[in-house]
Design a protein around this ligand. Sequence first.
Ligand code: CMP
Length: 140
Amino acid sequence: MATERTLSIIKPDATRRNLTGKINAMLEEGGLRFVAQKRIKLDRERAERFYAVHKERPFFNDLCAFMTSGPVVVQVLEGDNAVARNREIMGATNPADANEGTIRKSFAESIEANSAHGSDSLENAAIEIACFFSDDEIVG
Ligand code: CMP
């Protein structure tokens, strides 16, 4: 199996409810390692840039408002097949469709306030990691 890196974000609904430690434990227990992590507040411009692929979607404005509504924790996860593994641990985007034991099934409030983000491909992971971290901030 290939060792990969992926970007994860703990979203404002989860930081507000003090769930960072519980979510991080699920990621670690799922076999992923934190090689970078920081708690930040996104501004509108950065949120719009990060979610630019969704610019034409009806939920874009609300999504950017939500992602700037409180602190987020951005993190780089490393492990075997980390992109797919992280998405398994997170569960489906809509918590109503997420499997038992996943982050979103356990914690998400709605499809928007769904507690966690994870890159959807290795190519996007590299782009998304570079949005938040320089090479020297990632320590494997
Ligand atoms: P995320 O993995 O961060 O990627 C895009 C986000 O848009 C998604 O999680 C959801 O939080 C949010 N979103 C809000 N409404 C929808 C929707 N109807 N379909 C998909 N994503 C949505």
